[in-house]
Design a protein around this ligand. Structure first.
Ligand code: B12
Ligand code: SF4
Length: 480
């Protein structure tokens, strides 16, 4: 069977383009079983999707989607259906709200959760029986007489070593950008790959939506990780690598072992970063020193708040402000660049708690600080809380883009005006310090990306009143 796996373009992250790794995993599994497979990522393709479909001959078109990209994903499967293809959707948003998409007439299948086995079984059933055993495929939503039927959920597999390495070779890698904002656009020939050393996270931060990878941490063996890393460095000539696990450092010893192996094998020549924020309470000085020696350039941390009450009682982050201080101190002592991710507008926040967050950002002084306004993603405790006790302003999924400058909800005494004011203040007070401005002006990326930076500056510092929720813009930074 000929399978096309596609990703919509994110308008939110247009300043940076990362490989859709989930599609790489799916492509590898399908390819391993002898099927023809290609990846179309709208973020890097020149040819419009419709023209691509007209030029090629695939039997099944599968599209991935996070919450803010679901409408674009629907447009893509609609185009595929109009050309007589089988259509499937999968990804984070589909795992939380599968029926919303399954009810669309142009969707044949929705895959819930990790899709490697489900997609393979689907492809095999379509090929061998024309779809007679669809009811037996765990994790699948399919249709009988146009009515969606949800099968049993698929149990997450602990042995993720058994999945083949993502089909990294199918990505048009030279079209993707560097992995972190501090290097945006600096290397037009960047070959930036991402790697997943584990799946899942046992923590339950109230804002975090991790429907696919789940609450159980499932590590790959160090051997398996190193083998993929070797392929990226030696086989595919990566110029940068990003670890994208939910929490790659849950087991300190394993994280250190990965670093030691990278050093021993001489794989530390290619710089790497942590894309998703590290969890501060699973770090120590030795880990950061080993990371540095293993080629790591930059670490990001989910700081979230400078207020211990908000951290403990609201976010349930299982970390304290002092733990955050310790991690930053150690990372800097090891010579790593740091990034901090901060959230404004959690329930029970006050002017004082948000002020503490700004003060903490100034004190930690990371190379890059990312201030975000809380977004109640479906499937999170924050979502339930806000729907129960708060007032949500928008029900358009496009508005669930983290760097939007508007509060998406009010709850209790917390007003949108206060959250937005403190958020702007955070950007102004952090970035408009003389030392910071000088540092910024002396960085090459500031000048390479001047137009985008000016646009961001207007929005972050002044408050671009034309930007409304629903029109996300390119931003600097990642998220934790
Ligand atoms: C790396 C990453 C990014 C990178 C790169 C994204 C990219 N190009 O893929 C960057 C930093 C750019 C990014 C941006 C954003 N991200 Co992000 N990201 C991640 C992260 C940490 C890892 C993604 C990954 O590689 N996962 C591993 C693979 C194996 O899983 P997967 O992609 O879900 O794919 C599997 C299944 O979902 C399924 N599947 C997926 N697609 C399809 C398609 C078909 C046809 C089928 C059959 C199956 C299937 O099978 C795959 C293999 O098992 C995840 C957290 C996580 N653990 O997933 C968050 C995560 C996906 N991101 C999230 C969010 C919110 C965003 C942003 C919207 C943030 C924002 N508001 O600005 C943007 C949106 C940009 C976008 N393109 O969608 C949320 C999604 C929540 C939601 N409800 O949608 C997550 C879950 C983080 C979190 N815990 O909150 N992200
Ligand atoms: S934010 Fe990070 S630590 Fe918290 S639940 Fe999500 S993945 Fe785990």
């Amino acid at each position: 069977m000929r399978v096309l796996l596609a990703s919509p373009e994110s308008k939110v992250w247009s300043s940076r383009k990362h490989i859709p790794l989930g599609l790489g995993y799916l492509a590898a599994v399908v390819r391993e079983h002898g099927h023809e497979v290609a990846i179309y990522d709208a973020a890097v393709e020149d040819e419009p999707f419709e023209a691509y479909l007209d030029r090629t001959r695939f039997d099944l078109v599968g599209v991935t989607a996070t919450t803010p990209l679901i409408y674009e994903a629907w447009d893509m499967v609609k185009a595929a259906k109009a050309r007589g293809k089988w259509t499937a959707l999968g990804g984070a948003h589909l795992t939380i709200l599968p029926m919303e998409s399954a009810e669309q007439p142009f969707v044949d299948f929705v895959v819930i959760g990790e899709g490697e086995d489900t997609l393979l079984e689907l492809v095999m059933d379509l090929e061998h029986t024309g779809g007679k055993n669809l009811g037996d495929i765990d994790g699948l939503v399919w249709k009988r007489d146009g009515q969606p039927i949800m099968n049993r959920p698929r149990v997450l597999d602990d042995n993720i070593d058994r999945f083949p390495f993502p089909a990294h070779d199918l990505f048009k890698i030279d079209r993707y950008t560097n992995l972190q904002p501090l290097t945006d656009g600096l290397d037009p020939h960047a070959r930036a790959f991402t790697i997943l050393t584990s799946r899942g996270c046992p923590y339950k931060c109230n804002f975090c939506s991790k429907p696919v990878t789940g609450d159980t941490w499932r590590p790959r063996s160090v051997e398996n990780v190193i083998a993929e890393w070797r392929w990226l460095v030696k086989g595919l000539h990566a110029t940068e690598i990003g670890i994208t696990d939910d929490i790659w450092n849950l087991q300190l010893d394993r994280a250190k072992e990965i670093c030691r192996r990278l050093i021993e094998e001489g794989l530390n020549t290619v710089p790497w970063v942590t894309v998703h924020g590290m969890k501060v309470n699973h770090t120590d000085l030795e880990l950061f020193q080993l990371m540095k020696a293993a080629g790591c350039k930059r670490v990001g941390f989910g700081v979230e708040s400078g207020d211990d009450y908000i951290l403990k009682k609201v976010i349930k982050k299982s970390q304290t402000v002092d733990m955050v201080r310790e991690a930053f101190k150690n990372a800097k002592a090891a010579g790593l660049e740091t990034m901090g991710f901060f959230i404004f507008g959690m329930p029970e926040e006050t002017e004082e708690s948000m002020e503490k967050t700004i003060q903490l950002a100034l004190e930690l002084d990371p190379d890059l600080a990312n201030f975000m306004i809380a977004a109640p993603f479906p499937g999170t405790r924050l979502y339930d809380l806000v729907h129960k006790y708060g007032n949500i302003f928008s029900h358009d999924w496009r508005d669930y883009a983290i760097h939007e400058q508007r509060a998406r909800f009010e709850i209790g005494d917390l007003t949108a005006e206060l959250v937005e004011r403190k958020w702007h203040e955070a950007y102004r007070r952090f970035y408009l310090r003389p030392g910071r401005i000088w540092k910024r002006l002396t960085r090459k990326d500031t000048w390479v990306n001047a137009p985008a930076r000016l646009k961001d500056a207007r929005r972050f510092f002044l408050g671009d009143r034309e930007t409304r929720v629903g029109q996300p813009r390119a931003v600097e930074g990642a998220y934790a």
